[in-house]
Design a protein around this ligand. Structure first.
Ligand code: AMP
Length: 393
């Protein structure tokens, strides 16, 4: 069984060939700058990396080029792939488990685009293109929202007029669910314990936190859309919704302009001009005040959520850091949990400074709460979910 995992964005397609049983990745690829004058296709095979730069007018052509490059490298997807797993961002109220894609399902995913206008349309496009390329194998949609479908009502409900909320599907859905579920399961496997109370911090370009009690999420920081919650690379996270009205009335910005501001020109980038964390840290080291403030706002928000989720859970066994920043930026981990010894949380500076690509403990032996770094692997989680569904049919 080899699963092709496809993650299709607005101008890019990431894909990976995964053996769900042992978790090995056979080939990894990226098609990017689709629609621009020069696009790029990168293919990473064990021991062999290739790259092409050429015009890629649309997603269909991009995937076709990638498949051709794979064939040239001796990998015939038509022979090897037994199923395709697609990352789909928004499942709304409709989809809360992996689902085999047929025309009706694809139409429903498309209809959910009003809830996720930046994400679901490219997901739909990726599925259409991949289904045309590989029509004889099952395609499975795995939803970012699914893990949080059963959030307690008190955590998923916005305090707004209930009729309006119902009519427009306004509730907190949560995102990065595949990662939060995978990482929380890896934590239990790694520690050899079950039923743990955990806070999982997925800190990448997008960032979210979740509170998980014995495998079930009881709260998460993203809401109706992936805009709520933590400070992110380019997204604001929590703001007073009054800002939207103020900009509408005083700056004469229309909805699309405000959407663009909050999703693409806010967060670390909005405050400092930079959304890449490594570059941000270099700027701070160079004495850039805006970069330092952006970092402080980021850490302040993160600590607020950690505190909230400790109280939400009432008891805490584990804090797990994951994704690009969480796995690599030791300073962020140290600052997020500084001076919390009184709450039973103590990081060991030496353990925290060590780098690695595997799960590891970074708290002291005496820390009541175990703090871990756990690499996420959404592709493997999608491949396993796809495999499990297809095998059960
Ligand atoms: P992701 O969305 O999970 O791919 O994470 C992307 C973010 O991780 C970017 O802001 C990167 O700058 C950040 N990142 C990746 N590697 C490092 C590193 N070694 N130190 C600090 N940040 C990193």
């Amino acid at each position: 069984m080899t699963v092709l995992v496809v993650n299709s964005g607005s101008s890019s397609i990431k894909f990976q060939l995964v053996e769900p049983e042992d978790g090995t990745a056979g080939a990894t690829g990226l098609v990017e700058q689709i629609g621009e004058t020069e696009g790029r296709v990168v293919l990473d095979l064990p021991g062999d990396e290739s790259e092409k730069r050429l015009e890629i007018p649309d997603h269909a052509k991009g995937l076709q080029i990638a498949f051709d490059m794979l064939a040239d490298a001796g990998v015939d997807l038509h022979d090897s792939v037994t199923a395709v797993g697609h990352r789909v961002v928004h499942g709304g109220e409709v989809f809360y488990r992996p689902t085999v894609v047929d025309d009706a399902v694809l139409k429903q995913i498309d209809e959910l685009s009003s809830l996720a206008p930046l994400h679901n349309p490219p997901n739909v496009l990726g599925i259409e293109v991949a289904r045309r390329q590989l029509p004889d194998v099952p395609h499975v949609a795995v939803f970012d929202t699914a893990f949080f479908h059963g959030l307690p009502a008190a955590a998923s409900t916005y305090a707004i007029d209930r009729d309006t909320a119902r009519q427009y599907g306004i509730r907190r859905y949560g995102f990065h669910g595949t990662s939060h579920e995978y990482v929380s399961q890896q934590v239990e496997k790694f520690l050899g314990r079950e039923g743990l109370d955990q806070i999982v911090l997925h800190l990448g370009n997008g960032a979210s936190a979740s509170a998980i009690r014995a495998g079930e999420p009881i709260d998460t920081s993203m809401g109706l859309t992936p805009l709520e919650g933590l400070v992110m690379g380019t997204r604001s996270g929590d703001i007073d919704p009054g800002i939207v009205m103020h900009l509408r009335r005083s700056a004469d910005m229309d909805v699309d302009a405000i959407d663009e501001l909050l999703n693409r020109r806010s967060g670390l980038k909005g405050m400092s001009g930079i959304n890449d964390f490594r570059a941000l840290q270099q700027r701070i080291d160079g004495g850039d005040g805006d970069a330092a403030l952006a970092y402080d706002v980021y850490i302040h928000r993160l600590r607020k959520y950690i505190g909230a989720y400790m109280v939400d859970l009432g008891h805490l066994d584990v804090i797990a850091f994951t994704a690009g920043v969480g796995e690599n930026a030791s300073q962020v981990r140290a600052d997020a949990l500084a001076n919390l010894q009184g709450f039973g949380i103590e990081i060991d500076p030496e353990r925290n400074a060590q780098r690695g690509k595997v799960a590891r403990v970074i708290s002291t032996d005496g820390s009541a709460v175990t703090v871990l770094v756990v690499p996420t692997n959404e592709e493997l989680a999608i491949a396993r979910a796809t495999d499990a569904l297809v095998s059960s049919r």
